[in-house]
Ligand binder design. Structure first.
Ligand SMILES: Cc1ncc(COP(=O)(O)O)c(C=O)c1O
Length: 377
């Protein structure tokens, strides 16, 4: 039985929503985007959501809103997708990595504290795999050291930790609606602020710094607009937003299925020699975006290939960013600098996790992992 790494759950509702936008006059950023922003503000419990083209754009905007410029350092995790560090480079800043907690794989607040220098201006925390970073601890550090706290919540729309949700403790939160995300429109994103007065700034940074965007310009009669700051072309279209709007009411049910699948995996792998997995701390609700297993780093690639050979889709989230060619050549990073992130990056295999997976498909994944790790494939 083949099991795809990921299959989306979009269907008739989304098709109808897109068709309705196609039948309307307005395709770009307009009423559907504004409706989704309002609904997402309500869902998250935050005063400001601005939709963007993707989470990478959100992170770039967050860096600009944080005032990052050449000479500034930004502390982030090496165990993440490239965007969390590349956004610092886009703004002309210098990424500084801090190692991760070996149990959760999220950035370790003590390592963040140790990485702070007089040039540090911000922290980019990542809610890896769906578990919120330890935002309470990071907020305390940011407040004590006068830093801007940015949260890369690309993996975490539905999570909770210590009573807070994604974006609650961050100055700016960054969300992804990429094709494989729990909430998706193929490509899309959002940037949030816990200070509602920042919404206008975030909007302008995503629309060339224009004083009016397309919908404002269309409403009523033509009015001249101005460019008030340097911004980027990072807005989302009504076509995409219409797809997102359909999914908000379905997130809770889909999370319940993700949780059930994850628990089935955990029960199986707890009993399987040679396999471990990241821990979700007691009381935390993970968005269960990705399920990753950790295997012997020396055998990871062989095990990955064997699982794939049996027809089960896998990927790696992530190999440590500081060991990517560009980072090594530009900054001189080397092995041994962030040993926990390196070990996890060398051990990781992400296995299928999507709400429509059947129990039989989950069992097939477990059997494939068992056979691959036991060397019998
Ligand atoms: C942790 C993390 N941050 C940022 C991104 C970038 O998201 P996007 O593809 O929407 O730019 C991703 C995408 O996979 C991600 O996993």
């Amino acid at each position: 039985m083949a099991v795809d790494f990921y299959r989306h759950s979009l269907g008739e509702d989304e098709k109808k929503a897109v068709a309705a936008v196609l039948d309307s006059l307005f395709l770009t950023t307009g009423q559907r985007v504004y409706e989704f922003e309002k609904a997402f503000e309500g869902y998250l419990g935050l005063p400001a959501v601005v939709c963007t083209a993707h989470c990478t754009a959100s992170l770039h905007i967050a860096m600009l809103a944080a005032g990052i410029s050449p000479g500034d350092e930004v502390v982030t995790t090496p165990l993440t997708f490239l965007s969390s560090a590349n956004c610092v480079l886009y703004a002309g800043g210098t990424p500084v990595f801090a190692d991760v907690d070996p149990a959760t794989a999220n950035i370790d607040p003590a390592a963040v504290e140790a990485a702070i220098t007089p040039r540090t201006k911000a922290i980019v925390a990542v809610d890896l795999y769906g578990l919120l970073a330890d935002m309470n601890a990071l907020r305390a550090i940011a407040d004590r050291r006068g830093l801007v706290l940015v949260e890369d919540a690309a993996h975490c729309v539905e999570g909770r930790r210590d009573g807070y949700g994604p974006g609650h403790l961050a100055d700016f939160g960054c969300f992804s609606f990429y094709a494989t995300k729990n909430l998706t429109c193929g490509e899309g994103g959002a940037v949030t602020a816990r200070d509602g007065t920042k919404k206008g700034l975030l909007r302008q940074l995503s629309t060339h710094g224009m004083s009016k965007n397309a919908a404002d310009r269309y409403a009523g009669k033509y009015q001249h607009w101005d460019m008030e700051r340097l911004g980027y072309k990072y807005n989302l279209s009504d076509l995409n937003a219409s797809v997102l709007l359909c999914q908000l009411p379905k997130l809770a049910e889909r999370l319940a299925r993700r949780e059930a699948i994850s628990r089935r995996y955990e029960a199986a792998f707890r009993a399987m020699p040679g396999v471990s997995f990241p821990r979700v701390p007691a009381g935390a609700v993970s968005a269960r975006h990705l399920f990753t297993i950790w295997v012997d780093p020396a055998r990871r690639d062989a095990i990955l290939a064997a699982i794939q050979a049996r027809g089960v889709g896998v990927t790696v989230n992530y190999r440590a960013v500081h060991l990517m060619k560009y980072y090594v050549e530009r900054f001189g990073f080397s092995r041994g600098m962030f040993p926990v992130a390196e070990r996890i990056g060398d051990s990781t295999i992400s296995i299928p996790l999507w709400p429509a997976m059947t129990d039989a498909a989950v069992d097939e994944v477990i059997a494939a992992v068992h056979a691959a790790v036991a060397g019998s494939l």
